[in-house]
Design a protein around this ligand. Sequence first.
Ligand code: TYD
Length: 139
Amino acid sequence: MSIHNQYKILEFKDLGDERGNLVVVEGESDIPFAIKRVFYIYGSDPEVIRGQHANKRTEFVMINVSGTSKVKVDNGFESEIIELNRPRMGLYLPTNLWKDMYDFSEDSVLLVLASEHYDSSEYIRDYNEFLKEVGVLNE
Ligand code: TYD
């Protein structure tokens, strides 16, 4: 499957008014899963690479609520770089995509919504193991 049909760029509505902006992200409507976990990454230097894993069961939506960062997604066959650069933009990532997050701006706050509770056993942190999982390498 083409990687372009795997990840999705989401554009959230702005419910703001003269008092300021307001963006609402509801599970199972604005994003395609119920939210079980939220975490956020900030204070990462521009040269840091985070992520470097794939997930067997968890889907994610990433939002740079402040600042910017880049996400490289890789399905074992092809990869794509997406820049997260506005608070109303979401990046939906299904299972079994390798992801690197990097090039964090100083003011970057990367909010991540996840479909599952944390379970280290569903993380694939070895790239060759990931290639086996997606059928690029033989077992
Ligand atoms: P890590 O997976 O390296 O973070 P990232 O993918 O953002 O680079 O996680 C760092 C540590 O935090 C690691 O010991 C696992 C732990 N952790 C949790 O306990 N719960 C979580 O939801 C996440 C994302 C990480």
